[in-house]
Write a protein that binds this ligand. Structure first.
Ligand SMILES: Nc1ncnc2c1ncn2[C@@H]1O[C@H](COP(=O)(O)OP(=O)(O)OP(=O)(O)O)[C@@H](O)[C@H]1O
Ligand SMILES: [Mg+2]
Length: 248
């Protein structure tokens, strides 16, 4: 499979703290990668480097096989990398369609918004990623949605923005089991459309179900990478994680 993005030996320091130490990570097309590690392991720093918020002190960023220079947030978005942060990014008073098109409305030459088209497209998007409730459509206010469904709206927006890689930073942290399953269904549909997902969490049980491959970060270093097919249970993954952390 094709690597759509790769970080090679990336180091990032904050003053005296080395948040990332020669960390390498890649994501292939159509793959769900689970990035796991304890608090302070460097997960958010790795993501922020990937999406161009931070420039690495050392190391390379490779997009579709080409090394990029002066990587930044704009280039990351242009390359189809979208991040879904928990809730924060949505406006609950507004409708689903408003939230999906926010800042990127479809317009007529005179500047009027093509509302009907937006509604149709938003309905198509939310069905595509797996909204099944008959009570919800593009014009429903986001404030009426559950936590899992809100993640779904954010994912739909990422897809509308041509995301090839969607990064979910601890998307299931505040969610019930039921809502977590909903988010997993959305992620499965994203994968079906041959897009990729980088799923961040420190709850292994959340990350386990949905991921094809796991990358374990510990104190800024990628200490282990393992395919789901090579482990039988989340307990086994937990064991591997504990062992690697103890050895280091
Ligand atoms: N902007 C910053 N300035 C200084 N230190 C930072 C900054 N961001 C992160 N760090 C430090 O870098 C290390 C890695 O932090 P990071 O937030 O990437 O971890 P994390 O794995 O996302 O943790 P969590 O699970 O708590 O979100 C920590 O020691 C943290 O204190
Ligand atoms: Mg973090």
């Amino acid at each position: 499979m094709e690597k759509i993005i790769e970080l090679k030996n990336v180091t990032k320091r904050f003053g005296g703290i080395t948040a990332l130490n020669k960390a390498s990570l890649h994501v292939e097309q159509g793959e769900v990668v689970g990035l796991i590690g304890d608090n302070g392991a460097g997960k958010s720093t790795l993501i922020k480097t990937l999406v161009g918020v931070y420039g690495p002190d050392e190391g390379e960023i490779i997009i579709n096989g080409k090394k990029v220079i002066n990587w930044n947030a704009l280039k990351a978005r242009e390359s189809g990398i979208e991040t879904v942060f928990q809730d924060r990014a949505l406006c609950p008073q507004q409708s689903i369609v408003w939230n999906i098109f926010m800042g990127k409305e479809l317009k007529y030459p005179f500047g009027f918004v093509r509302e009907k088209e937006q509604i149709n497209e938003a309905n198509r998007l939310i069905r595509e990623i797996g909204f099944t409730s008959k009570l919800i459509d593009a014009e429903s206010p986001v404030g009426n949605l559950s936590g899992g469904e809100r993640q779904g709206v954010a994912i739909a927006r990422a897809i509308y923005n041509n995301a090839e890689l969607i990064i979910l930073d601890e998307p299931t942290n505040a969610l019930s089991l039921n809502e977590t399953q909903k988010v997993f269904d959305f992620v499965r549909n994203v994968k079906k459309s041959n897009r990729s997902v980088l799923f961040i969490g420190h709850n292994i049980y959340h990350v386990y179900d949905i991921s094809d491959r796991f990358v374990i970060l510990d104190r800024g270093e990628v200490v282990h990478q393992i395919d789901k097919k090579d482990i039988a249970t989340p307990e086994e993954l937990m064991k591997i994680m504990k062992q690697t952390v103890e050895v280091n």
